[in-house]
Ligand binder design. Structure first.
Ligand SMILES: Cc1cc2nc3c(=O)[nH]c(=O)nc-3n(C[C@H](O)[C@H](O)[C@H](O)COP(=O)(O)OP(=O)(O)OC[C@H]3O[C@@H](n4cnc5c(N)ncnc54)[C@H](O)[C@@H]3O)c2cc1C
Length: 411
């Protein structure tokens, strides 16, 4: 057992934000430690080699790629950044979704975004209020929201949508985004399997409790997902009611992935895409042959993802195989085999995929990010003012929190 005693700065969590904070503290030669609940770094950035390929079970896309710090880091670590355009910038395959219908849907999507943009300066409202009442494409527009926000449009805030900055392209790391975050974590003093259970910030020093020992620190950087703060998985004493309230206004939406191996893959173009049918609970999206590999990456969001996770092991893959059979023909069944299904809502150290602001609560991001007594700092995707939900947003908040925490510890 590693004996914990004292540090200037304690970083809680070794995901994208915690790793970024740690690297900054390392560069500044700080006396610090990173406490991580899991037995690995990366958090929601997680690549696993399955079926011979590095699969990103969490984040996969370097959004805002030209400005994304992970792009440079991945290349500096000797990883390959694939700059080909993402499949969603090209028309999907026509199975179950004819070209004329696709055109009509794109027109509805453009008109929907135009209504959102026109209303940005006004009061905050749920995005669902901008749907065309009775519109033919509303279910599909809702499904797109489940991929972007992890929830349907009635839960997502217009002001939060307006604050998000996505410019700069979308690239991928061939070896995996999660692998890039883990490579960057090399050399950090991370103590694994060390979940923080409580932080006492009543005394001169912070007292950071874990199941196997406590640590005294001058400052701490808390990077755990909002859901865990909302559930008070880490108990603060004195209590931080404002933080719990802000975290509750920033729940984690749900996105899950299923990976299927695909025999005779050449019948589909590389990096192509197709959409499932719209169901009451949503719609899956299929990325065929990512990087030209013989597999399919299926994306589920919102209620559909929740229902399938709740249905138990194998439910995502079973749903995808059924749907693919109905779209492209039942002979596909024998060509598909499940490789991996994610379950981010069940994951005790995530409890979801990425944060969204409830309508009327976009300001909760700044409230959640605000330091307490200039020694408890908060970082992670939910704290980013313009790049929330992403691994690069998490990175930026981690670096900023490290600078502030170190300055506070030295004061
Ligand atoms: C399916 C999916 C797809 C996604 N796609 C993309 C994408 O394409 N592009 C993109 O940019 N983003 C994407 N994201 C989001 C992205 O993965 C996250 O925004 C980012 O990784 C969050 O980093 P973080 O450091 O804020 O949090 P986390 O990665 O959650 O890190 C927090 C860390 O804290 C640890 N922890 C939790 N509780 C405790 C405790 N009590 N004590 C100690 N440690 C604790 C956790 O184990 C974790 O390691 C996706 C996420 C998912 C799930």
């Amino acid at each position: 057992m590693v004996h914990l005693s004292e540090a200037d700065v304690a970083v809680i969590g070794a995901g994208a934000a915690g790793v970024a904070a740690g690297k900054r503290l390392l560069a500044m030669k700080a006396n610090f430690v990173v406490l991580e609940a899991r037995s690995r770094a990366g958090g929601r950035a997680h690549t696993e080699r399955i079926g011979g390929f590095p699969l990103d079970l969490g984040c996969g896309w370097l959004h805002a790629a030209e400005r994304n710090p992970w792009t440079k880091i991945a290349e500096a670590e000797g990883l390959i950044v694939d700059r080909s355009p993402p499949p969603w910038e090209r028309p999907p395959l026509e199975y179950g979704f004819a070209a004329a219908e696709q055109r009509a849907f794109r027109a509805a999507l453009t008109a929907f975004y135009a209504r959102l943009d026109a209303a940005e300066a006004g009061p905050d409202r749920a995005l669902a209020e901008f749907l065309d009442p009775g519109g033919k494409w509303n279910a599909r527009l809702n499904a797109i929201s489940t991929y972007v926000n992890g929830v349907e449009l009635d839960r997502a805030s217009l002001a939060d949508y307006a604050a998000y900055d996505d410019a700069g392209g979308n690239w991928r790391v061939a070896e995996g985004y999660g692998a890039a975050v883990v490579a960057h974590a090399k050399g950090l003093p991370i103590v694994f399997d060390r979940a923080v259970t409580a932080i006492d910030h009543g005394g001169k020093r912070l007292r950071i409790e874990t199941a196997s020992g406590a640590l005294a620190a001058r400052a701490a950087i808390v990077t755990v997902p909002t859901a865990l703060i909302a559930e008070e998985t880490i108990r603060f004493s004195p209590k931080l009611a404002d933080k719990v309230e802000a975290a509750t206004a920033l729940p984690l939406g749900l996105a899950d992935k299923s990976f299927l191996s695909l025999a005779e893959a050449e019948r589909f173009p590389a990096d192509s895409r197709l959409f499932g049918k719209t169901h009451a609970a949503g719609m899956a999206s299929y990325h065929l042959r990512p990087f030209g590999r013989p597999l399919i990456e299926v994306y589920f969001g919102g209620k559909l993802a929740r229902e399938l996770e709740a249905a138990g092991a194998g439910a995502l893959a079973a749903f995808a195989i059924e749907e693919l059979a109905s779209l492209v023909g039942s002979d596909i069944r024998s060509k598909l085999a499940p490789l991996a299904d994610t379950a981010w809502a069940r994951d005790p150290f995530a409890r979801g995929s990425y944060s969204y602001a409830l309508p009327g609560h976009a300001a909760a991001r700044a409230e959640f990010a605000a330091p307490v007594d200039d020694r408890l700092f908060f970082a992670g995707e939910a704290c980013s003012p313009h790049h929330f939900t992403t691994a690069h947003g998490a990175y930026e908040t981690g670096v900023a929190a490290a600078d502030r925490a170190l300055a506070a510890a030295k004061a």
